[in-house]
Design a protein around this ligand. Structure first.
Ligand code: V47
Length: 372
């Protein structure tokens, strides 16, 4: 099929995409720098349909954030609080288990568990939390702890990353979410999250997790002080690790929300940039199966359109979300299943419910009366 490419610099990229060839660093830069978003979207959609046909995956999950107490004080974050901040919270184990059950129904297949770097909660505490969740909700997949949290728990417990991950797996962790990656470039990282592990360490924790058989996701935080080179560098590093391990399931571009952070002066991202981030990710990350449009971050409106710009996954029903809402997100806390189906079908896609490992979940819609 012939398409009209306004930005002639994209012509060789189209040829590579049509031939199924890998894009290089300069191609990534050209894609981030173009205003020809329709050409980028067309190419990304081509790849997306080659990989997933007409399917858009979605899941029914619940986010659990046991504490917002965090030693890191990252400039990018509105969620983390100092222990002595009167607004800080830490749930007891009973509260975690109780809250996990709130809004839970048989439909929930995943708990997404992340929180602050708490100076006192121990690895044993987290393991008990996981065991308690597994005991109460044996069918629910536990996608828990970012690479940053794993590294912090390892440091506090004076254990290796491998040993820490092994203990978390024994206690019930089934996979890892993709947060904390931010932008790997050290110049940017020093400003937006200088207390976090560096990019190389993030990648090393991911590598160890994958070697132990854990799948994980990966993310990139954009729309703050990074430039286009930083973005391409980030994607190329993720792609290189994926070549080695194959352990990343999904990439999620995360738009920076400046409200209530130390970077409040930064302008919020636009729909144009949000869609471009999805498209470029689909084109550059040829070895990562899924690109997720996280509607909480990009709004249901943009997430819906993203299904035609390279995204094949909409996350999720969520139920309760704190990290983005503390940073000023005005999206709702959770989407009902029926609403997700509408967003997918109206975009001409076929919704397929999945579990965390992208196995189709077969249930009749009427079985969801509790959620719809
Ligand atoms: O790690 C923190 C980011 C992440 C802000 O793996 C912020 O399936 C924008 O990782 N503005 C947490 N972003 C969210 C996350 C995630 C979400 C959905 C699905 C998955 C998955 C992972 O949010 C943090 C950080 O990168 N973040 N503060 C902020 N003010």
């Amino acid at each position: 099929m012939q398409i009209h490419i306004e930005d002639k610099r994209l012509q060789p990229i189209l040829e590579k995409v049509q031939a199924g060839a890998r894009l290089d660093f300069d191609d990534g830069l050209a894609l981030y720098r173009t205003s020809d978003i329709l050409a980028a979207g067309y190419m990304a959609n081509l790849v997306r349909e080659r990989m997933h046909g007409n399917v858009t995956w979605f899941n029914v999950n619940r986010h659990i954030n046991p504490t917002d107490v965090c030693v890191a004080s990252c400039k990018l974050c509105a969620f983390g609080k100092r222990a002595k901040d009167p607004k800080a919270y830490t749930w007891s184990l009973e509260e975690v288990w109780h809250r996990a059950g709130e809004g839970w129904s048989e439909a929930v297949t995943e708990f997404h568990i992340v929180g602050g770097l708490h100076p006192e909660l121990t690895l044993d505490w987290y393991c008990e939390m996981l065991r308690g969740l597994k005991q109460r909700f044996p069918e629910v997949h536990l996608k828990a702890f970012t690479m940053v949290e794993v590294a912090y728990l390892a440091q506090r417990a004076k254990l290796s990353i491998r040993e820490t991950l092994t203990r978390l797996m024994d206690a019930g962790v089934d996979s890892l979410p993709g947060g904390g990656a931010e932008i790997f470039n050290e110049r940017v990282r020093r400003i937006i999250c200088d207390h976090k592990i560096d990019g190389a360490q993030w990648l090393e924790v991911a590598r160890t997790a994958h070697q132990l058989g854990l799948k994980s996701n990966c993310t990139m935080l954009y729309g703050h002080i990074e430039n286009e080179e930083d973005r391409v560098d980030h994607l190329v590093k993720l792609r290189a690790l994926q070549d080695d391990t194959g352990g990343f399931q999904t990439f999620i571009p995360l738009a920076f929300h400046p409200a209530n952070t130390a970077l409040e002066h930064v302008a919020t991202t636009t729909g144009f940039l949000d869609l471009k981030m999805i498209a470029v990710a689909r084109l550059m990350l040829d070895n990562i199966e899924h690109i997720k449009a996280y509607w909480i971050m990009m709004t249901p409106r943009i997430a819906q359109i993203a299904q035609r710009f390279g995204a094949d996954d909409l996350d999720g029903t969520v139920v309760e979300e704190k990290i983005y809402h503390d940073a000023g997100a005005t999206t709702s806390q959770g989407l009902r299943r029926g609403e997700l189906l509408r967003l997918i079908r109206e975009a001409g896609r076929e919704p397929v419910e999945r579990d965390t490992l992208y196995r189709p979940v077969t249930r009749t819609e009427t079985a969801f009366t509790v959620l719809v």
